[in-house]
Structure formats: C-alpha cells, structure tokens
Ligand binder design. Structure first.
Ligand code: SF4
Length: 319
C-alpha cells in the first residue's frame, strides 16, 4: 500500500469537522443533526476548553477545520477560535444559516483564512425556503449573506438539500446561485440522518425524480458554463458513504459539541474525548476505532437495517 493510502499513515488529521454547538434557530425537517433552539447540549465545551482545542489543532499542524452545528456563528467565542486558527495558517470552512453574516461579519471573514462559507437555500422561492427551513434564516437573510460574502471575495457556496417539497426548484436555485455570485452550488442525495431519517418516507424524493432533477440541473449549469459557479453533486447516499469509509477511512476527525470525537456524523461511535485526551491522543483512538469489529459490524448491518442510522447522533464508546 502506498504511503498516505491508510488512515494510520497520518500522525495527525488532515481535516477536522467541528460542531461547536447543537443549538440553532431552525427546526428544519431535513436537519441531519437534529439541532434547534432547545437542542444545545448541556455539556458543550466552554470558551476556555474550545480555545485550548483550537491551539492544539494549530500546534499539530492540522491544515483545515470545517465548522458546522447547530449554528457556529451563534457561539460567543467563535471569532476567537477563527482568529486562533487563522493566525496559525489553518484554513477554515464555515457552515451557517447566514443570519449573522452582516456587512461587518462578511468583511471580518474576508480578513481570515476562510476557504469557503456554505449557506443553505432550500428553494428558488422564499415560500419554499421557509417551508423547508422553519425558524432558520429567511430566504432574504440567506441570499443576502451569500451576496455579501461574494462581494467581499469570500468563496460563498449555496447548499441545496433536495426533498419532495423542493426538488422541482433545484435548477432554478442554480440560476439564483449564479446571480448571487456564488463560487459553488452544492447538493447531493438527502441523508438519512437526524430529523430527515425520522420523516424519511415523506421527505425522500423518488429515485427517478432525483435522477431527472439532476439531469435538468446539469443542463442548467451547462447554460452558465462561463459563470464562476461550480456545480458539485455528491454522488453517494449515506449508506454507501459509510461503507466506503470503512474500506478507506479518511484522515478526518469529527469533534461534537461536548468534545467527544466521532468517526463520522452518520455513525454513533465516539472513541475519543477531548476533555480526557489531547487532540493527538484522540486521533490515535479514532484510528484504532476504524479497525474495530464493533464498528464494522454496525456498518455492515446498516445495509439491511437503515433504521440503525437513527442512532447516528448518539455518542457510543468503542470497546
Ligand atoms: S439544518 Fe441548520 S438551521 Fe436547520 S435545524 Fe439543522 S442546524 Fe439548524
């Protein structure tokens, strides 16, 4: 096996996904994290603990951290974390609903090492977006934030989560992304996780409808071939994703709000704990857990029992 082909070849992760909080303003039916206004965890990392983790990330030379949630920009100490990472040369990705991205925040992001910011717009029309994202940032807030970021030179990516309710608007949403100056339009099959899993039978588009919508989307993107908006369609559903990761785990570690370290957001296994371990010690636990029979058995069973994914947001120890 060539060097770099196995997760054990890496002395530190190449990439960290960090959920700073599980709290947000939304109650989106397609949310894969089951986040919401009353869903913050009681034991989320404190400012001091989170800044210590950020410093360890820089000392380990980890090049990239992606922040999701919940709503990361709703965390009071988030800018201190961004600045700690950015000053050390670590690139940042931010997934936000856009409500906090006013002109000042967009300018501040432009001064940091923000690789890209992703904002969901789940419809080409305000009514559809509101239906898909109750409580979350409005259509005007989300599209305004994308435009402000683009105008400031921050690569702004529009994310579109396809469901039975908005699939017919996917190609028109691509037009909107172009109009807003987005650097990318990102979509892919609905993930059977969190609240989406709980409402799967009503939210999941028919596979033929999804295939037709993708064809229309590609044709629409071809009409905009000179625009800067890249079309990114994730090819796999979540069952395929976890099977592929078992065969070839990525050098990517997920930190959840209380500092536990998980294998993936789709898997309930949390082999590391940043309250008990350093970042690099947790990385060792992460590497070993991917080779655990317990993890392999769970993933194999998911192929026939997808309801097991209802446990995705739990944090199980690995024997
Ligand atoms: S999709 Fe985003 S805004 Fe909506 S509930 Fe989930 S974390 Fe909150």
């Amino acid at each position: 096996m060539r060097p770099g082909a196995a997760v054990e070849d890496f002395s530190a992760p190449l990439f960290i996904a960090w959920q700073l909080t599980n709290s947000c303003a939304g109650r989106c039916p397609s949310c894969c994290e089951e986040s919401g206004p009353d869903k913050g965890w009681s034991d989320e990392l404190t400012r001091e603990e989170a800044l210590d983790v950020a410093r360890q990330i820089t000392e380990a030379g980890i090049p990239y951290v992606a922040f999701g949630g919940g709503e990361p920009l709703g965390v009071p100490h988030v800018w201190e974390i961004f600045e700690t990472l950015s000053e050390a040369g670590t690139a940042i990705k931010i997934e936000t609903d856009g409500r906090y991205v006013d002109a000042a925040a967009a300018t501040r992001m432009a001064g940091l090492r923000v690789d890209n910011a992703q904002i969901s717009v789940d419809g080409a029309r305000p009514e559809t977006h509101a239906l898909m994202r109750p409580g979350s940032a409005s259509f005007e807030q989300a599209t305004g934030a994308l435009r402000r970021l683009s105008d400031c030179g921050v690569p702004a990516e529009m994310v579109f989560t396809p469901t039975t309710h908005n699939l017919a608007e996917m190609a028109d949403a691509f037009d909107l992304a172009v109009e807003l100056g987005c650097s990318a339009f990102v979509t892919g099959p609905l993930m059977r996780l969190g609240r989406a899993a709980a409402s799967w039978s009503t939210l999941m588009p028919d596979p033929e409808a999804w295939a037709e919508a993708v064809t229309e989307l590609r044709m629409r993107a071809a009409l905009h071939r000179n625009a800067p908006t890249r079309l990114s369609i994730y090819p796999h559903d979540i069952e395929q994703e976890i099977a592929d990761r078992l065969d070839s785990p990525q050098a990517m570690m997920l930190i959840v709000p209380n500092g536990r370290v998980k294998l993936l957001n789709a898997l309930p296994f949390a082999p590391g704990d940043l309250r008990q371990q350093s970042v690099l010690e947790a990385w060792g636990s992460y590497q070993r857990a991917w080779r655990s029979p317990q993890v392999a058995d769970f993933i194999h069973r998911c192929a026939d029992q997808p309801d097991l994914l209802l446990h995705a947001n739990e944090t199980w120890s690995v024997a």
